[in-house]
Design a protein around this ligand. Structure first.
Ligand SMILES: [Fe+2]
Length: 197
């Protein structure tokens, strides 16, 4: 394994979580559905906790949490762009449109976040010693929450869009009702939506 790239993954993970806090804070201003608001409020608090977990893990790796890397800059740029997209929607679209934009932005942010943690899980299997222990502990604490953040928000985005088309929607989405935590579970929940209408 390439230690430099594992470090880069941790820098990008920290930046993704920091961006996530901003994305959820802005998304909450766009949310109309009460259950969605509750869900995102919970995810915001979990994301703040993820920031702390990544920072503590980076300390074990001897990394400076304030150090800049080119990759980290790109991740920050994307996070800031997602926030700007939501602000644009708040200013120029109706409230329902802004909620849709927010759901899409959260899904995009959580896609990267979920990938990071999947990769952290892979790296943890190959590392040795204190670093392996720290990475594995972080992964065990966070991974299941990341599954929920991505799969449930993907479901919210799809169903809110379906509702906006004037079609029958399952709200809260089946992913939430079925407490989905895996890609297979998400596919099953989506498949079952027709029976839940
Ligand atoms: Fe996260």
């Amino acid at each position: 394994m390439k230690p430099e790239q594992v470090n880069e993954l941790l820098y990008q993970s920290l930046e993704t979580e920091l961006g996530g806090v901003q994305v959820y804070t802005t998304a909450l201003r766009c949310a109309l559905n009460e259950e969605l608001k509750e869900e995102w409020q919970e995810y915001l608090e979990q994301t703040e906790n993820h920031v702390r977990i990544v920072q503590e893990t980076m300390e074990v790796f001897g990394l400076d949490i304030g150090a800049e890397t080119p990759g980290r800059k790109v991740v920050r740029h994307i996070g800031e762009s997602l926030v700007k997209a939501m602000e644009l929607a708040l200013q120029s679209g109706g409230p329902a449109a802004a909620q849709l934009v927010a759901a899409e932005c959260v899904t995009l942010a959580e896609t990267k976040d979920h990938l990071n943690w999947e990769l952290i899980g892979e790296a943890a299997k190959k590392l040795k010693g204190e670093e392996a222990k720290a990475l594995k502990a972080a992964y065990d604490e966070v991974e299941e929450e990341e599954d929920e953040h991505l799969y449930h928000t993907t479901g919210w985005t799809r169903e809110l869009w379906i509702e906006s088309l004037g079609l029958p929607a399952v709200l809260p989405p089946p992913e939430e009702e079925k407490d989905v935590k895996t890609a297979i579970g998400a596919a099953r929940a989506k498949h079952a939506r027709a029976d839940m209408l």
